[in-house]
Design a protein around this ligand. Sequence first.
Ligand code: 2AM
Length: 181
Amino acid sequence: MRLFVAAELTDEMVEALVETQAGLRDTVHGRYVAPDSLHVTLAFLGQVNHSRVGELTDVLYEATAATEPIEAMLGPLGSFGRKSSAIVWQGFQEGSEELKQVAARVRSALDDHGFAFDRKGFLPHITLMRRADLSCASLGMAHVAAGTIDTVTLFSSDLSGDRPRYEALERIRLGAPERDW
Ligand code: 2AM
């Protein structure tokens, strides 16, 4: 299974991100991420054997047990990669440090339990589009919203269709008194 761990966003944040995407549509061509797929990736594991998913879930509960819900606010736009085929993302103006801390805790717990993951540095962001052609366009205005990020989720990713499909395998509530069996 292709797996990753991500923080989920509030409905208000998703609405603001969709408005940001709408503002880009006239000028920037590329593949826009669907509203139900917008998230903050904390760790990308890639292929993991199905038999280890239970253990992985335990590791994620342990890693996030001391993390409280994060008060966050969306921030400005940025891009990664080549101008002709870029990733366009929206960052945070509040909550970045807390997101970095939870990502570090998750990654360190994965390491301790022998789960491999992509070790690229973590910059808190939400990918809005891929293969964006920025050669003649500049990034416009970001719509922002504030909200409480209170869910860290183990997702599986299915790339077999016309677009990536993400399925939540386990949703972990930050600050919840105990695991919801
Ligand atoms: P993103 O966080 O920039 O959007 C599932 O593929 C998710 O994991 C995507 O959200 C993707 O990018 C993120 N991701 C992080 N590292 C990745 C990698 N090496 N390969 C594929 N996806 C990766």
